[in-house]
Write a protein that binds this ligand. Structure first.
Ligand code: HEC
Ligand code: HEC
Length: 345
């Protein structure tokens, strides 16, 4: 009898013990999960991209290398211009940050351009081309440059195409890469493909964005902090710190009134759309490699970064910055110089 009683009690105990076991196992697993770090070990430190308003430039892009080579040759080819003297590189020198470092570029027959030449480095990431965004693509942009009266001065594509068909080296090169040989579209395609290869990854700032904390000094990090807290980043953002939106130059102050001497080009996007809202509107320029591309602004009116930052603070943010903060922002901007083909620009 006593034995039988004990057996019954044991029958009750088994489910209770089982339940306790299950609760214990699940509880333990939950505890383990909560203890795990948020970052999986495989993607820790070096390669995570911190959530920031600016993204790093890709380290590698897939491009047709043969077209890049042909495009490079064309980019440096003065025979693309009507007087055989001016190449794209005349105004976009890759050794000087992809610009000519002049207030206004000099085109055929020593004609002065109307605006400062922007860099061609990273131009493949721009949402539109030109200060006023009048070209949607790099291909369309090349069209404008070659046919522009004061840059390369060619009257029609027919002129260029028949000229280049006569250069046997180019003729056979084009035939190798394109079934239809030398055509305007193929010239533009090769040049644009080369321009897309002009990306400059791995700046110290990009290393920082990829999680390498000591890629920047404390002061440079503070400079980045100021760049964000003052609101520069509201316009200079994304992969290029610019190149992805239009904004009014003189949003919070009469820049052009104070500057005086307003030219037609100063009307910005208004010249394209005729819309009053587009008066003085320009593409926000990229700040990548910006220490190399003085003078600044579409009119080349700021000789130094310090001057440019003061103008930005006054007319885009409606305030004056203390000198210490300007210096910190310049220190940050200096960290944006990247590498081209593995070498610092
Ligand atoms: C005479 C000087 C000159 C020559 C030659 C020249 N450019 Fe330019 N380039 C400029 C200027 C100035 C601008 C800005 C014009 C504007 O925004 O209205 C510019 C703008 C550009 C842009 C737009 C960049 C941006 O951020 O918006 C690209 C890309 C470019 N040029 C590539 C080329 C190519 C390719 C060639 C040769 C086919 C060429 N350029 C020939 C002076 C020149
Ligand atoms: C409201 C938008 C806006 C804000 C805010 C702004 N910018 Fe700009 N930035 C622009 C535009 C638009 C231009 C082009 C002006 C022009 O030349 O037509 C520009 C041009 C520049 C240039 C010249 C680049 C070149 O290649 O010519 C620098 C440098 C610059 N900004 C830095 C800054 C800094 C630093 C701040 C913060 C203190 C700042 N910007 C705030 C819109 C802005």
């Amino acid at each position: 009898m006593i034995f039988k009683n004990k057996l019954i009690k044991l029958y009750y105990l088994i489910p209770i013990l089982l339940c306790a076991g299950v609760i214990f196992i699940f509880g333990w697993q939950y505890f383990q999960q909560t203890q795990q770090p948020l970052i999986a070990p495989s993607e820790s430190k070096e390669n995570i991209v911190i959530h920031e308003p600016i993204q790093p430039i890709p380290l590698q892009l897939e491009l047709n290398e043969s077209k890049v080579k042909l495009g490079k040759k064309l980019f440096h080819e003065p025979r693309l211009s009507v007087d055989n003297k001016i190449s794209c590189a005349s105004c976009h020198n890759l050794k000087t940050g992809g610009t000519d470092r002049l207030v206004h570029s000099i085109g055929i027959q020593k004609q002065l351009g109307f605006v400062n030449s922007p860099t061609v480095f990273n131009s493949g990431f721009n949402f539109k081309q030109f200060w006023n965004g009048r070209a949607e693509t790099l291909e369309a942009q090349a069209d404008h440059s070659i046919l522009s009266g004061n840059a390369m001065g060619v009257k029609s594509w027919l002129e260029v195409v028949s000229k280049f068909k006569q250069f046997s080296e180019y003729d056979s090169w084009f035939r190798q890469l394109y079934t239809d040989g030398v055509t305007s579209d193929n010239i533009k395609d090769a040049i644009a493909t080369f321009e897309r290869s002009l990306y400059t990854p791995n700046s110290r700032f990009d290393q920082f964005l990829r999680g390498v904390q000591n890629a920047l000094t404390e002061e440079e990090k503070e400079g980045y902090g100021r760049f964000k807290s003052y609101g520069c980043v509201s316009c200079h953002q994304g992969m290029l710190l610019g190149g992805n939106m239009f904004q009014t130059f003189g949003l919070l102050g009469d820049y052009f009134g104070d500057h005086g001497r307003v030219t037609k080009y100063d009307l910005g996007r208004f010249n394209i759309t005729g819309d009053e809202h587009d008066r003085y509107v320009f593409k926000v320029p990229s700040l990548r490699n910006v220490v190399l591309t003085s003078p600044y602004f579409h009119n080349g009116s700021a000789a130094t970064l310090e001057e440019a930052i003061k103008v930005m603070a006054k007319y885009q943010l409606g305030r004056q910055l203390p000198q210490t903060d300007i210096d910190l922002i310049i220190k940050f901007l200096r960290t944006l110089t990247g590498e081209y083909q593995g070498k610092p620009l």
